[in-house]
Design a protein around this ligand. Structure first.
Ligand code: AKG
Length: 261
């Protein structure tokens, strides 16, 4: 049994346009969350690659190297769409078509297999914090108009490293000088302080779906709880918003969400 799908309304579309994100509650049932957790856990022990490791990114709190304590902690299971049927179905979940068509203002949304397309696996003990950034910073498309879908399979809150967002930051023009060498917001700058002070934690319940714009500044803390946090994340764009030839964004073909989805 699935839950009734949250209906697209003008008010919620307007809210997304203003804030850059939206939470749709109870998209997945408890048994669906459990089935996904089981399928994902099977790829965690023993680890089925490809995976990104905490030690690889070197973010605050990450283990120093693959050889150090916690060095083999995965940060993301990559290529989620092609991993198993459960994740493939999730990437094409029927809630996504109507919402993405409305938010992208286009009849044919496409799943990008090149960006996110992963399960975030935030482990207690060895997870890192992610600083303030816009996902579009390393992506290359005709237009900076992509939307990511972040599914919560368990509770997500400040204690286990839930996402924090800066509402409305997807429409802010940020001078290059306000970002560091890796394009994270520089928190020490006076110009950035009000923006960061306006951040909100996106608390999610199991089965909730967070949709967020690729220009929305977001960050996340470490997982200070006792349980691993598993969050499948997929990214979509309109079919006429093409990846730039020769870039990482066009390495794998997009998957259309047909009218049936
Ligand atoms: O869960 C986190 O640490 C944040 C992940 C994130 O912001 C990203 O992958 O873009």
């Amino acid at each position: 049994m699935s839950n009734p799908l949250p209906e697209v309304t003008e008010a919620l579309v307007a809210q997304f346009r203003q804030t850059g994100y939206l939470v749709l509650s109870g998209v997945l049932t408890a048994p669906q969350c459990e089935q996904l957790r089981r399928a994902i856990s099977a790829d965690l022990g023993p680890l089925v690659g490809p995976a990104e490791f905490e030690a690889d990114v070197g973010y605050p709190g990450a283990p120093f190297g693959r050889e150090s304590d916690g060095g083999n902690t995965p940060r993301r299971l990559l290529h989620a769409y092609a991993r198993n049927e459960e994740l493939k179905e999730l990437a094409l979940h029927p809630v996504l078509g109507p919402w993405l068509r409305a938010l992208l203002n286009h009849d044919l949304p496409m799943l990008s297999q090149c960006h996110h397309n992963c399960v975030m696996t935030k482990h207690p003990g060895y997870s890192s914090a992610t600083l303030w950034h816009q996902d579009i910073r390393y992506w290359s498309f005709d237009r900076p108009e992509l939307i990511s879908a972040w599914f919560a399979l368990g509770p997500e809150d400040g204690a286990n490293g839930a996402l924090r967002v800066i509402p409305g930051s997807h429409v802010e023009e940020i001078d290059r000088g306000r970002l560091d060498g890796a394009l994270f917001l520089r928190p020490e700058l006076e110009a950035n302080k009000p923006l960061i002070a306006s951040a909100e934690v996106v608390n999610l319940n199991p089965g909730d779906l967070l949709l967020f714009h690729c220009r929305l500044f977001h960050a996340a803390g470490q997982n200070l709880s006792q349980a691993v946090k598993l969050s499948p994340v997929f990214t979509y764009h309109a079919q006429d918003n093409h990846p730039i030839p020769g870039t990482r964004s066009e390495r794998l073909p997009g998957i259309p969400l047909s009218q049936m989805q």
